[in-house]
Write a protein that binds this ligand. Sequence first.
Ligand code: COA
Length: 579
Amino acid sequence: MRILLLTHAFNSLTQRLGAELQKRGHEISIEFDIADSVAEEAVALFKPDLIVAPYLRRAIPESIWKQNVCLIVHPGIIGDRGPSALDWAIQAGEGEWGVTVLQAEAEMDAGPIWASAMFPLRAAKKSSIYRNEVTQAATTAVLQAVEHYAAGDFAPTPLAACSDARGCLGPLMKQADRAIDWQRDDTATVLRKINAADGFPGVADNLFGEACHVFDAWPEAVLRGAADSKPGDLLARRETAVLRKTRDGALWIGHAKRTGEFKLPATLAFAAESVALPEAPLADWWRVDRETWQDIAYEESRSDENAVGFLHFEFYNGAMSTSQCERLRAALAWAKQRPVQVLVLMGGADFWSNGIHLNVIEAASLGDGSPADESWNNINAMNDLARELIETGGQITIAALAGNAGAGGCFLARAADLVWAREGAILNPHYKNMGNLYGSEYWTYLLPRRVGDEGARTIMRNRQPLTAQRAAETGFTDACLAGDALAFRIDVARRAAEISASPDLAEQLAAKRERRAQDEAAKPLAAYREEELAHMRRNFYGFDPSYHVARHHFVRKSLASWTPRHLARHRDLGWKVPQ
Ligand code: COA
C-alpha cells in the first residue's frame, strides 16, 4: 500500500513506524502537519491508500478524513481522549497504560478503534515512556491496524461498543495541575510531577528565586543538607545537577529552562548562581549502590576470572558537551586500566549518544561566548573520546545500544570493536540534517571499513533512520538483539562474558592490535581527523551559516515550515503515482 505519514515532526516514533512499514513492503512518504492546505496537497500528490498519523498536535481536517481512512496513534488506553494522556497517567501513578489506534472523525480521539496495545507503566520520565513502551506498543498496534485495513473486511469497533473502555476524556494538563508544593509534597510526589512533564513542557517552578521550568529529576537517598535547611532549599551541586530539599528527603534536578530561553543543564542555566552551592562530588567512577544522580558509572560482572567491565553514561537526551566528553574519556581511560579484557560501553537507557551538545553550544550565544568556538571545542573533545576508544589495545570493546543514537553518537559507537543494538533502537548515522554538517569522530576511517565506500556514501546521502535490524543488515552494526531493555542488558552481559571466556581471546586481542598498527601505518588517525576538521572548520567558521541557523532552530524548537524533500517523496521532481 501507499501510506502517508502525517505528523507534527519526524520524531523517533514516526521514524520507527516508517521503517517498520517500509520493511513490510509498503511505500511510505511523509508530510509534516503545517497547514490544512499543505496536508491536502500532499494527499492529492501521493494518493495514499491509507494515512497514518503517529504524532499530531491538532485535528486532521475534515476534507481529508472524509475522503481517506486516517489512523491516529493516541498514547492512551481505549476510551482515553485529550492532549495530555501520558501526563495524567504518570502523575496519577497508573500501573498499566496503553496505545490506541483509532480512525479520525469529527470528535478528536473518539473515532472507531482499529487496534490497541497495553504495557505496564514504569515510574519514569514521560519522554522515556514515550521512547520505549509507547513506541513499542504503537508499533504493534499500527502494524495490526494496517493488516486489518489491508484485509479489507475488518470493521473497527465504535468507542461506545467497546466493553473494555476504561479511559475517559481528560483536559489539557495545565501548569496549575503540575505545580509543586515544596512544603507539602513528598519526594515521590515531586518526582512524579516532574516525570509527567519531561521533556515537554517541564514544571513551572523557580530556582535561586528565578522563574523557570524544571526537568530531569533523580531521587537522592542520603544527602539532606544542614540541619536547619528547609524544604525547597537548594543544598548542593554535582557536575550539571543541583540538589533540592523536599519535605521528606531530597532530589536532584538535572535540567532547567529559564523564561524565554531553552533547556540547559541546571548548573549552566544558573551558572553564576550555582557556583555558590557546595559541591557534592562522588568519590570515583564506580557505580554508587544507592539512589543518587550519577551520570557516569562503572561496574564489573562479579566473576573474578573473565570479568567484564560496563561503563554507563546517562547523559540527558544523549547530548554530550565538551566537559561531558572529557569526563567520559577520563572514565574510559581509567576503565582500560582495570583487569578486564572486555569493556562494554552501555550509554544511557534511552539514548546511547546524539553527538555534540547543541543546547550547550547554543548557550554560548547567550553570553559573550562564541558558538563556533564551543562547537570546535566540543567536536575535538568528541574526537579525543573516539580516539581513546579506537586505541584501546588491551580489551575487546563493545558499544551496547539499548536506546537510539544519532549523528556523531553513531560514529562514536562505531569506534568500538563491536556494536550491538536493541531491536527497538533507531540509528541516524549521518550529519547533514544539522545544517549540512560534514561530521567528524573519525567517520571517514570507521564507516568505509564496515560498509565500503559506496555504502558509506549511500548512508550519508540518504539521511534516513535505520532500524537496529536494518543497521545490522547493512553492516553498520554487528548484531540486533531482541527483547526489552532488561532482556537486552542480560543478553549483552551473557554475550560479553562469552567473549571474555573465549579460549582464543589473547589471539583476538593481538590480531586487533596488529590491524590497528597496519591501519595507522597506511594512514594515521591524525590525518583522518585533520581532513574531517578542515570541513568542520568551514561549517563552524565559514561564510555559509547553515549549521548555525539549523542549530538555532533545533534548540529553540522552531516550527517546521516545510517537510524536508528527502522525507516527502511525493514532492520529488517527476514523482508519479504508480499505476
Ligand atoms: N544536542 C542537544 N539536544 C539534543 C541533541 C543534541 N545533539 N540531540 C537530541 N537532542 C534533544 C532534542 O532537542 C530533544 O529535546 P527535548 O527533550 O527538549 O524535546 C530530545 O533530545 C529528543 O530529541 P528528539 O529529536 O525528539 O528525539 P528523536 O529520538 O525523535 O530524534 C535525532 C533523534 C537524533 C534524529 C534528533 O534528536 C537529532 O537530529 N538530533 C541532533 C543530532 C545532531 O545533529 N547532533 C550534532 C551533530 S554530531
